[in-house]
Design a protein. Sequence first.
Length: 170
Amino acid sequence: MDKIVKTLKDGHSQLSKAFEETKKRLNLIFEEQRHIKRDRDCLDQDINKLFNVYHNLKPQPQDKTISPSQNQYGDDMSYSVNKALKKLPEASSWPKFSGTGEYDHMELIDSIDGLFIDVPSIPDYWITARLNTAFKGHASIWYTEMKEIHCGRNWPWWKIKSIQRYRNGT
């Protein structure tokens, strides 16, 4: 009788462990689905922003009755944004930030702050959309995780979070 009870307890224990393992795996799957949905939502937002920017910069048909800036770019706002975009350096030339050097992040932050001074009419999201090219290594992992949670944040927010995270190097 004791042997049967022990066998039943062992069987119950194994079933409990299998159940817990299955539950953990299901939770991981559900968490991954949430990450995928957030990624998709972020991509949708980025695509909408880029579509709107492209639409605003698209050259308009020639009309001799309006000013040259309106003639080529549709309106003065699009014209100023287009001029600002031409002044913006390629994201590939921005300082890179790996998250491993002490104060490594300050060069990138100073560089981006300088862009807003040099090109004040540049839309904030044109800078934040290019941050992924500047973050490398550990910083890229941190940035990707933060972007999943905080999609659509502006440059001042990213600047503060970068300083908080990497203030003394890691």
